[in-house]
Design a protein. Structure first.
Length: 251
């Protein structure tokens, strides 16, 4: 009886071993095909000549370097869509010798004029750069504005990574109506009309459930005060937080 139990136990152990071996073999069944597909794609694209790949159990690991952060993102998306690929480990580095201060200035200039004609006055973004890593925060009134800002960062030379802290205002017909009324009240003021001529719209109007925040830069304390008064005069506004900065202010 004992020998029979031992024999059955050995049979079970052997069966488990065979099954495990088959599973391992199945896991790597498509590795060579995937490797060939990825290699062919990399060799056919100039921007990926500095990238190498390896495949293990249908997981692709990408290493090497590219010139743009956007290239790194696009490569990962492309490989994920390849046949039989189960996942991607993206360890590609973005080459950059652009100083942080220069990169911040370049991005600031681009973002200030982003979405001209598409409600630019209702977007207020923040920007930080450290060791090539760009952090974009603040608030925008719609998702296209958010996507546009992130795309600008991703395609700017020198950007190694992008941290998205942008908040999109909730959909609200009430807030949309307030935005238009606030824009007319502020930029239609005789004292502030000159700011409307600037395509970057230096007075930014953020609205969230009737609460208004004014951001940006004006020329004088008087202009700041008038902007606040005009915002408070709009029916339906619950509160106004006037955070406008004054150019060359001594404070």
């Amino acid at each position: 009886m004992r020998s029979a139990r031992v024999a059955r136990l050995l049979a079970v152990v052997l069966a488990i071993g065979v099954f495990a071996g088959q599973a391992v073999a199945a896991g790597g069944k498509y590795d060579q095909q995937i490797q060939d597909d990825v290699t062919k794609y990399l060799q056919g694209k100039k921007e990926f000549q500095g990238v190498k790949s390896s495949v293990d159990d249908q997981i692709v690991t990408l290493t090497g370097s590219v010139n743009l952060y956007n290239d790194k993102l696009n490569l990962e998306k492309k490989v994920k869509r390849m046949k039989n690929v189960d996942g991607v480990r993206n360890h590609v580095d973005v080459q950059s010798n652009v100083p942080d201060a220069q990169l911040q200035q370049s991005l600031s200039d681009k973002l200030r004029y982003d979405r001209v004609g598409f409600g630019i006055a209702f977007n207020a973004l923040t920007l930080g750069v450290q060791n090539g890593v760009v952090t974009i925060g603040g608030s925008v009134h719609d998702y296209p504005s958010k996507d546009s800002a992130l795309a600008i960062a991703a395609t700017t030379p020198g950007v190694k990574d992008v941290v998205d802290n942008i908040e999109v205002a909730p959909t609200s017909m009430f807030d949309d109506d307030l935005r238009l009324k606030l824009f007319r009240a502020i930029y239609g003021s005789p004292t502030l009309q000159r700011y409307a001529m600037d395509p970057q719209k230096p007075i930014r109007i953020v609205v969230d459930n009737g609460k208004v925040t004014l951001l940006g830069v004006v020329d004088s304390d008087m202009d700041k005060q008038i902007a606040g008064v005009q915002a408070n005069s709009v029916p339906g506004v619950f509160s106004v937080d006037n955070q406008l900065l004054v150019l060359n202010s001594k404070k």
